[in-house]
Write a protein that binds this ligand. Structure first.
Ligand code: MN
Length: 231
C-alpha cells in the first residue's frame, strides 16, 4: 500500500511510568458541566449534557518535566483558559451504561480547553457552529496520562488553574453536573467510542483571558501538573 502523501503521525500523549505513548483518535468535549461555570456563561446550570469536538491534532501533548508552549492564536482578542479533567478511553463501545463505564477508561490527565471566547460568542449569537472558537490549532494542551490502575476511579478532588502564580479557577471534580460515567453513557449513545478517544469533561468557574507571555499551571488531584506558556 502506498499513499500519495505521507500519512500523519498520530498525536500522542505521554504516560506516567511508561515510555509508551497513547495515540489520540478523537477529542470529545462536554459543554457547561459545572453549575457555577454555566451561571457565569449566562445559563442555569441544569440541562442535558451536550458535546463538541476538537481535532486530534489540536492536542499539544505535554512531555514530562517540560514546559508546553502554545502560540497565541489568530483572529481573537479574548483567548480564555478552561482547566478540565481529561479522560482517556482504552476500550471503546456503543451504548455503554454508566455502571460499565469505568472499565472503558485507560487513565486520566489534566488539560486545557483553550477558547477564542469572542469568536465563540459571535458564533453562538449567529446560531453558527463553535469550531472557530473551540477547535483551532493548539487549542488543547494536555498533560501526561496516569493509568487508572494508579488513580482508581476519580470521583472527587481539587481541580485548579493558576496564571502567573495567581489562582483563577478552583473547584472540585465532585461538582461535575454529569459525572464521568454518565458522560460516557451519553457519549456512547451518540457515537461509538474507540480506543484513543479523549473526553474533556468541562470546566469550573473562573475562566479568564490569557496573553502572550502568561504561564498557566493546571492541576487536578494527583495527576501530573500541566505547565503551559503562551508565546
Ligand atoms: Mn470546556
Amino acid at each position: 500500500m502506498s499513499y500519495v502523501l505521507a500519512p500523519q503521525t498520530p498525536t500522542a500523549l505521554s504516560i506516567v511510568g511508561s515510555s509508551a505513548l497513547f495515540p489520540v483518535r478523537r477529542v470529545y468535549c462536554v459543554g457547561r458541566n459545572y453549575v457555577e461555570h454555566a451561571k457565569e456563561m449566562g445559563f442555569t446550570g441544569r440541562e442535558p449534557p451536550f458535546f463538541f469536538l476538537k481535532p486530534a491534532d489540536a492536542v499539544v501533548p505535554a512531555r514530562p518535566n517540560e514546559e508546553t508552549l502554545i502560540a497565541y492564536p489568530p483572529l481573537t482578542k479574548e483567548l480564555h483558559h478552561e482547566v478540565e479533567l481529561v479522560v482517556a478511553v482504552g476500550e471503546g463501545g456503543k451504548n455503554i451504561s454508566a455502571a460499565d463505564a469505568f472499565s472503558c477508561i485507560f487513565g486520566y490527565a489534566v488539560g486545557l480547553d483553550m477558547t477564542r471566547r469572542d469568536l465563540q460568542g459571535e458564533a453562538k449569537k449567529l446560531g453558527r457552529p463553535w469550531e472557530i472558537g473551540k477547535a483551532f490549532d493548539q487549542s488543547a494542551p494536555i498533560g501526561a496520562l496516569t493509568p487508572k490502575e494508579a488513580t482508581g476511579e476519580l470521583l472527587d478532588g481539587a481541580i485548579e488553574l493558576s496564571v502567573n502564580g495567581k489562582t483563577t479557577q478552583r473547584s472540585d471534580i465532585a461538582k461535575l453536573i454529569w459525572r464521568v460515567n454518565e458522560i460516557i453513557e451519553h457519549l456512547s449513545a451518540a457515537w461509538e467510542l474507540k480506543p484513543g478517544d479523549l473526553i474533556m469533561t468541562g470546566t469550573p468557574e473562573g475562566v479568564a483571558s490569557v496573553d502572550r507571555g502568561d504561564i498557566m499551571v493546571a492541576r487536578c488531584v494527583d495527576l501530573m501538573p500541566l505547565r503551559v506558556r503562551v508565546v
